[in-house]
Design a protein around this ligand. Structure first.
Ligand SMILES: Cc1cc2nc3c(=O)[nH]c(=O)nc-3n(C[C@H](O)[C@H](O)[C@H](O)COP(=O)(O)OP(=O)(O)OC[C@H]3O[C@@H](n4cnc5c(N)ncnc54)[C@H](O)[C@@H]3O)c2cc1C
Length: 382
């Protein structure tokens, strides 16, 4: 565990981080590299093993460059060379993802569990160990500190005093609820289905693929060898794939509900929110994990300044990130509704207008900037 950089004996950690997903891990890493004493706890007894986010975007690699994690992500993952749109079985457009968009690669494919493991290793090298099986239960803050109640898996309760608290505790964030913040937005009505499965397919394995189907869409991205990620919202996405592919054994299967929501504020006083605790949206655009790591990067800058005496920097974090969260969730929500293809008039736009628009350089640049995470400037100061 890192030591607090505050000499007060009452303070147990300069920053307490609740949640060791990609957001919490990245925040702990950025802070520890600045010499800030952090403590990071996670409710789960073990690290997550699910692949969830596959796409690490170029901005994330940029931000993690100095930590050595980017190099390992690039070595262990593979770089997507392009994307192809299909209308059912007919290819309508194929284009390359450039290798430079102000960063080395637009998209590097690596399962989220591996990205988290690499962040954890880098954090460990800074002397910070993730404490597992410990949940944030409640918090109170005053002018000088935050007092958090943590519950250990064995039932023991602990009171921790920190100068700051970062809630990186996911979509159902206890931190957000303790702050009494709204998580306004909407949900799509039907669940989306996900498979990681073996596929024998004529599709280009170096491209991401989106297929527009009459009852929805299918997204495909290869994880490794013949193992592919398939996400679909229609009645029978695998049945649709069987028209052209041999569908093999399933390695992981899930289904999830899509919401587009933003917390009313990204920080209140000494307590901030980052990652899914502050914003959720569909996986289209591959932004969730990447945006959480971006929150962590900006938070570390603001929090380090706040600990050095400039408390206005927490307000900066709240203002800067809330604006980004609203804009990214709005944009991904709009793209998702279009790809979703419901109601019927939107399906007409998707099937008739999108293929034409996608040939336009401007439309393609916009899309590349969205998946590369470069659709807004990375600002740590207003
Ligand atoms: C199928 C799927 C595909 C996706 N694809 C992509 C993609 O390609 N690219 C992308 O960028 N994103 C993608 N995402 C989104 C991405 O997985 C999430 O946005 C990301 O995991 C958010 O990270 P986080 O650290 O903010 O939250 P989480 O990963 O949810 O981590 C939160 C952590 O907090 C812990 N926790 C919860 N409550 C408490 C508590 N009270 N006290 C202590 N700990 C607590 C949890 O155990 C968990 O470890 C995808 C998501 C899904 C479901």
């Amino acid at each position: 565990m890192g030591q607090p950089n505050d000499t007060s004996r009452a303070i147990h950690a300069a920053v307490l981080i609740a949640g060791a997903g990609p957001t919490g891990l990245a925040a702990a890493l950025f802070l520890a590299r600045r010499g800030v004493g952090v403590r990071i706890v996670d409710a789960a007894p073990q690290p997550s093993v699910t692949s969830k986010a596959l796409a690490v975007n170029s901005r994330t690699l940029d931000m993690l460059q100095d930590t050595g994690v980017s190099e390992r992500i690039v070595t262990q993952g593979w770089s997507a060379r392009g994307a192809t749109l299909h209308q059912q079985d007919k290819e309508i457009l194929s284009f390359d993802l450039p290798t430079t968009l102000g960063a080395p690669r637009a998209i590097t494919v690596l399962p989220q569990a591996r990205t988290e493991a690499l962040l954890t290793e880098a954090l460990q090298a800074q002397g910070v160990i993730v404490e597992r099986g410990i949940s944030l239960k409640s918090l109170v803050q005053d002018e000088t500190q935050v007092t958090s109640t943590l519950v250990h898996m064995e039932g023991e309760t602990e009171e921790v005093k920190s100068l700051l608290l970062l809630g990186a505790d996911g979509a159902r964030s206890t931190t957000r609820q303790a702050l009494g913040l709204d998580f306004a937005g909407s949900n799509l009505p039907e669940p989306w289905k996900l498979w990681d499965l073996q596929l024998d397919t004529p599709l280009d394995p170096w491209h991401a693929h989106i297929m527009f189907e009459p009852d929805g869409f299918i997204f495909l991205l290869r994880l490794q060898a013949n193992l592919w990620r398939v996400i679909g919202n229609g009645h029978d996405p695998l049945g649709a794939l069987r028209r052209t592919c041999m569908v093999g054994p399933v390695a992981w299967q899930s289904q999830f509900h899509i919401g587009h929501r933003v917390a009313a504020k990204a920080a209140v006083g000494r307590v901030a929110l980052g990652g899914d605790a502050a914003h959720i949206h569909s996986p289209i655009g591959a932004r969730g994990m990447n945006l959480g790591i971006e929150d962590a990067y900006v938070y570390a800058d603001c929090a380090a300044d706040a600990l050095a005496g400039d408390m206005t920097r927490l307000h900066d974090y709240a203002v800067l990130r809330h604006a980004v969260h609203k804009e990214v969730v709005r944009r991904i929500g709009a793209i998702t509704r279009l790809v979703h293809g419901r109601p019927t008039w939107l399906r007409w736009v998707r099937d008739e207008v999108v293929p034409l628009a996608a040939h336009l350089t401007l439309a393609r640049q916009l899309m590349l900037r969205t998946v590369g995470g470069l659709d807004h400037p990375l600002k740590t100061r207003p």
